[in-house]
Write a protein that binds this ligand. Structure first.
Ligand code: F6R
Length: 366
């Protein structure tokens, strides 16, 4: 059932290109190249009514939600809040008939996410769920459902569910922009062409993973690993850090690189591994400035960046290049090396990769 892979996690990492293809198929009109969600069938009037979007989720799904915010705000200029469900539900959130609440959950059974969804319904919001499990509580109770077609995810550490959630947000953002007439047919076609290329670009990363493996093994004795990014790279840094903590049990933190000077720099020592993401061209120089700061304190820096950005090699100790795409879509590619790093680090430590200590696949207690 592991299809020749040693662990479910590795199998699921490698299933991502197919999972993305499946999630995309049926949601793209082959003739117009527009996004179509037959399962939503929202009218223009309905979409125009929402003046606020709230995304609620836990863990990795919350990290996908951060990218959902970036996509929906960028494409539709509608304000979006993202919050972990266990905080949202206890703080009297401002939600009403003009709010769209999106609950994101792989299992569709996470207790806090379900409670946040129920509360939003009571407050009169329209609710949408993005889930991977047909018939799950969250999928049944939301007004509308976008199913991610990742297939069953067995490993506790979520991988293909995350990338299909992120893709769903991109498609949703484009769909909403279409309904609000905020996207030109040309831009639409360009975005869709770029998204359709992603599965193949993922394959490229997956089949050249020997260096990533070596890197993962090289950090196994680290006391602490830091992930740095700016803009949407910060959201990906959070996900990379969670994945590493979860299965390698190494302490790790993710930081918006601009925050380094406000405390974190004190923790950087000789040899501290730093995984830095540089996928946002307009932020390259700022990131390189931050990399200089940590290198000056002896950190060992890996840069994950787009293939064209060779300049970065002068500033970092090691580089991991990924294929180029629109800056909004880079997380679908940049997260892959991070997933693989956590896998190989955990493996090198002899941990139970698929069933890390203290964690359950589906968290049905509050
Ligand atoms: C991390 C992980 C967890 C889940 C979280 C939410 O790899 O798997 O952080 O993402 O427990 O679970 P779902 O998406 O099922 O609501």
């Amino acid at each position: 059932e592991k299809n020749g892979f040693d662990h479910f996690m590795l199998k699921e990492i490698f299933e991502q290109p197919k999972a993305l293809e499946k999630t995309m198929a049926g949601r793209v009109d082959k003739e117009t190249n527009e996004v179509d969600f037959p399962e939503l069938a929202w009218t223009e009037e309905q979409v125009a009514k929402w003046d606020k979007v709230h995304i609620v989720a836990c863990g990795t799904a919350y990290h996908a939600g951060l990218l959902g915010k970036a996509a929906i705000e960028e494409l539709t200029r509608t304000p979006v809040d993202v919050e972990v469900a266990s905080e949202f539900r206890y703080r009297n959130p401002i939600v009403n008939e003009n709010t769209l609440v999106i609950a994101v959950s792989q299992s569709g059974e996470t207790a806090d996410t379900l409670a946040a969804l129920r509360q939003s319904k009571e407050l009169g919001a329209k609710t949408l769920s993005i889930t991977n499990v047909v018939g799950s509580s969250i999928s049944r109770e939301a007004d509308n459902v976008i199913l991610t077609l990742a297939g069953p995810e067995i490993a506790v550490a979520s991988t293909k569910a995350y990338t299909t959630q992120v893709l769903s947000f991109y498609l949703l953002g484009i769909y909403l922009a279409q309904k609000k007439k905020q996207i030109t047919p040309e831009q639409n076609a360009q975005y869709m062409a770029a998204l359709q290329e992603v599965p193949e670009q993922m394959e490229e990363i997956l089949f050249h993973n020997d260096e990533i493996k070596e890197y993962g093994e090289s950090i196994k004795d680290a006391k602490s690993v830091f992930f740095l990014g700016r803009g949407i790279d910060t959201a990906v840094a959070l996900e990379g850090s969670l994945k590493l903590k979860e299965i390698s049990y190494i302490h790790s933190e993710a930081y918006a690189a601009g925050e380094l000077k406000h405390g974190t720099l004190a923790l950087i020592e000789e040899g501290t591994p730093i995984i830095s993401l540089l996928t946002q061209e307009k932020l390259y120089d700022k990131m390189l400035g931050n990399i200089k700061e940590v290198s000056a304190r002896g950190a060992n820096v890996l840069g994950v960046t787009m293939r064209g950005n060779v300049k970065v090699t002068q500033y970092v100790d090691e580089t991991c290049f990924i294929p180029e795409t629109y800056s909004l879509f880079t997380p679908l590619l940049s997260v892959l090396p991070l997933q693989l790093i956590s896998y190989y680090t955990s493996l090198a430590l002899g941990n139970d990769v698929d069933k890390p200590r203290n964690l359950a696949k589906s968290v049905t207690v509050e």
